[in-house]
Design a protein around this ligand. Sequence first.
Ligand SMILES: *Cc1c(COP(=O)(O)O)cnc(C)c1O
Length: 219
Amino acid sequence: MTIRENLTAIQAGLPEQVTLVAVSKTKPVSDLMEAYDAGQRIFGENKIQEMTEKWEQMPKDIQWHMIGHVQTNKVKYMAPYVSLIHGVDSLKLLQEINRQAQKNNRVIDCLLQIYIAEEESKFGLDENELKTVLTSDALHDLQNVRIKGLMGMATFTDSKAQIKKEFSRLKAIFDTYKNNKTLTTDLSILSMGMSGDYAIAIDCGSTMVRIGSSIFGSR
Ligand SMILES: *Cc1c(COP(=O)(O)O)cnc(C)c1O
């Protein structure tokens, strides 16, 4: 199967309200261009330097999503162009994104990453930390960031039941805040689901899936 065929098959199976992020990390620009020529305009990368090199080389109507963990000292490199940052997991990071967005005269959209897996290695906020961030007075000062939703990763496991449990929990957390009128933010994006588990994620209410190997092949 070519990249175009993979993309077409995946897109055909996605409900209308679900956005596809093509995760192109480690793949060469020629592979990304194949996806671009097939109509894909949203790409996800997890390393800032790699994303910036690809941004420089590729057409400017692409939306670049940072899906990896972000260090505060790296924010400045993507602030001029990044379209959505998925992995925001602290107020401190939000404040730095705000500062760099201001310097670039932009408003940068962000998702807060929530920890839902049972693994030790996954980043993210727990429910209490999420509440603290979303109700923080400091948020009002951040005019150059927009919290658009939540992101999460399920445990890497063969157990569909466990994955479903974790995604359902994230959806429940999302729903708690989605229509909360006391928040200054309007949450509309729920980023969950990768190549191995996106069908379950969509069943659980995902609005954005991040798919890499099923499009570009294994890494
Ligand atoms: C690599 C990655 C993906 C895509 O993974 P695949 O299994 O290749 O689809 C999705 N989300 C994040 C955060 C990733 O790092």
